[in-house]
Design a protein around this ligand. Structure first.
Ligand code: AMP
Length: 211
């Protein structure tokens, strides 16, 4: 595997998922979304998935042991990829240190981080309008990317729903958790000269060009 570990940093709604998927595809990187992996586990109803869901629905972070086991499982599938693109991981200083340490142990280069900077008021508007299809998670937004028919997926015709943690009261908690627990990662990567900071407010094509 080529030696790139890229961390996309940003608040909920900053556009990490929107940017990460095409970026990973273009560059042949293994895409690791901890939120996506946790939602899939919750959907399967496994014991760890059910435990994770309680935290996610409250807008809190899922405990580290659950996150690590999922991330490590996914990383084992990484051989053959050009590197790894993390979306939503790490989210705390402890997780960032664990990632640094794991890469060191594997004799791999330290991660690089890209911060997508978006003001809180824009994040709230983005999150409240987000919709996804129940079947395969195709993504829409009531204002910025509306489906052709209301509440119906253009691709497979299934119903569009709001993620339970995009409800306004949970969204506010997720933003507070971001500011308190995840924002310190900006300094963690800046001090190591491994941070690229970009404005993430503009349309996705423009943000993509910056990255
Ligand atoms: P996301 O899809 O990245 O917005 O993540 C959705 C939810 O999954 C978060 O609000 C957390 O509850 C949980 N989650 C995702 N990634 C992590 C992580 N690295 N550490 C702890 N919890 C996480």
């Amino acid at each position: 595997m080529a030696d790139l570990s890229l961390v996309l940093l940003g608040a909920p709604g900053a556009g990490k998922g929107t940017q990460a998927k095409p970026l990973a595809k273009d560059r042949g990187l293994l895409y690791v979304s901890t939120g996506g992996v946790l939602r899939a586990a919750a959907g399967r109803g496994s014991a760890s998935g059910r435990a994770a869901r309680r935290y996610m629905d409250a807008g809190e972070l899922v405990p580290d042991d659950l996150v690590y086991s999922l991330v490590l499982e996914t990383l084992e599938q990484a051989s053959g990829a050009e590197g790894v693109l993390f979306d939503g991981f790490p989210r705390t200083i402890t997780q960032a240190e664990a990632l640094d340490e794991t890469l060191r142990r594997l004799a791999r280069r330290p991660p690089r981080a890209v911060l997508m900077d978006v003001p809180d008021e824009v994040l709230v508007a983005r999150l409240s309008g987000r919709r996804g299809c129940v079947d395969r998670g195709h993504e829409y937004h009531v204002l910025y990317r509306p489906p052709r028919r209301p509440d119906t997926c253009d691709v497979d015709g299934s119903a569009l729903v709001r993620r339970s943690d995009d409800e306004p009261q949970v969204t506010r908690r997720r933003l507070t958790v971001y500011h308190e627990q995840t924002e310190p990662l900006i300094d963690h990567y800046a001090q190591r000269h491994r941070l690229l900071r970009i404005a993430g407010e503009d349309d996705p094509e423009e943000v993509r060009r910056r990255i």
